[in-house]
Design a protein around this ligand. Sequence first.
Ligand code: GRF
Length: 217
Amino acid sequence: MLKIAVLASGRGSNFQSIIDAIESGYIQHAAVDMLITDKADAFAVDRAKKHGIDALHLDPGTFGSMDDFFIEIAEILKERGIELIVLAGFMRIVKKPLIDAFPNRILNIHPAILPSFPGLHGQEQAFDYGVKLAGCTVHFVDEGMDTGPVIIQAAVPVYSDDTEDSISERILKFEHQIYPHAVKLFVDGRLKVSGRKVIIKDEKKHDTFLMNPIPGD
Ligand code: GRF
């Protein structure tokens, strides 16, 4: 059983999508062992409690530096035998001590088609730019801002009458599909990082790219 830790700061809908994928059997041989939040009031904590997952709040303000904060997280997760870290709306840049402790074992989801629109508010950046194709990306985490090797991406159309909210909602539905799928690929041992590229064993078309009209859209 591969142990997953989730790091989140807020709502936790992507966290929920992974819990659901495990509970439904879509992801097998893995369990979410714990949630760590940097915000005491993160709704993700309620989700963890509901599913019997240990939740720990660590306040970065109580550490001497952000490196110290991530050293503590690395120690806790090593101690628990965690093999995969999933960032789910975790609003911090992960520092070297945690990345070094879990090389190619940290995943993130970003609400834009990287390398376009990294950083905060990817959906807003794409909307303001006027793109006709928006989307989301799951990638391995390196020390940069949303720069690690890409695992899977999804694309959604942007229509003239869209608002930032309607685009975000359309993207989020795909986030909830591609993140569990990326976790499944990792758990099944099908991902290999080769430089900037992620090689997928026994790859099928839907493994790396999703672009479907949303039913009823
Ligand atoms: C998502 O849009 C994700 O792509 C971004 O932060 C948001 C988190 O949403 N990194 P949630 O907390 O998973 O609902």
